[in-house]
Design a protein around this ligand. Sequence first.
Ligand code: HEM
Length: 366
Amino acid sequence: MALKKRIVDFVDVRLGIRDILQQNLTDYLLPRNINVWYTLGAVLIALFAIQFITGILLLIYYIPNTEEAFTSVQRIMNDVPFGWLIRYLHAIGANIIVLALLLHMLSVLFMSAHKTPRELTWVAGFAIFLLSLGMCLTGYLLPWSQLSFWATTVATESSAELPLIGDAVVRFLRGGAMVGQPTLGRFFALHVMGFPLIFGLLLLLHLFCVRRAGISRPPFGPKYEPRGPLTEFRHEHHDGGIPFFPNYVVKDVAVISFFLALLVAVVFFFPDLFFPPAAFEPADPFVTPPGIKPEWYFLWAYQTLKIFPSEILGLAVQGAAVAFLMLFPFLDRGPERRPAKRPVFVTCFVVGVLLFVGLSVWGHYS
Ligand code: HEM
């Protein structure tokens, strides 16, 4: 015990670790009226940590080669001890992450936390969101099942409609005319190395922005006052607020546990929820399975392409919607953050969510 204290003191005198912990845990005060939606950032950190660990474990047995990819995944599922658990946690975890990402974005939007001075926090977060979808898309191909092959064929094919450069883009994405070994090679490299590296950097930027600006005060209650215009950097302090540790960490842990329970419940009770039959057959470029659909979070995009008379128009609308959302803090500039005082915004918010759900359900049954 004495030795442990001496080692801790030795390090602390030189690096001031206790000081860092105090500043960021017990002395880091959060708004008194902070609500449960602010836990979603911590939930995402926990879920991504699981994704990272299970991904590394899968790499031990996965073979990124069209001849062996499918059988290597079958081996993970059937022969490797607990391989099925690791694989299901990873594949189903990706879906739970998208759900948590959407909820995090919606809650931030509803409370207008994207507004000044948090525009950069939002943009970094949105880039993380797009990258996460990229990781889902590239990961989908890796098991080299019929679902992987045909979903990737359809997803990459839509770029062919781009004027002038369409064919070149498809060839670039696939590494050839058709989905094949070069596609698997580049998707694998991006999925396990390229995207996670950029992801890590963006996440650091996002958390840095969150910490520098300070957590926003929820825009509810009689004492809430909108902030004046921004003229210089000001960290948002919450004097008299609740300490991040232990008070808010307890709430974080409770909601993380809820999401973990959801993940484990799907893994144990509904393991095939996100795996249609085509996920259990090896890829065959000569047989198109019936009814190939993208994952649920891409169904809105899939259905939009079907609604518009030309695919290029559908792509343009999707691109515009994504760009609009990414740049939203620069367009939505007024100081008011209280939802009750923003009826137009709240109406658009509700219509937007209903449109997303409606298009997705329509895409699923069409
Ligand atoms: C891996 C993904 C992400 C992680 C780990 C993450 C993490 C966090 C954390 C820990 C916080 C502080 C606590 C909270 O408000 O929840 C936060 C706040 C925030 N996040 Fe994220 N986030 C992610 C993705 C996103 C996305 C996709 C967006 C939006 C497009 C976004 C926008 C914001 C904003 C604007 C805040 C400030 C909230 C405030 O101060 O009230 N984040 N994020």
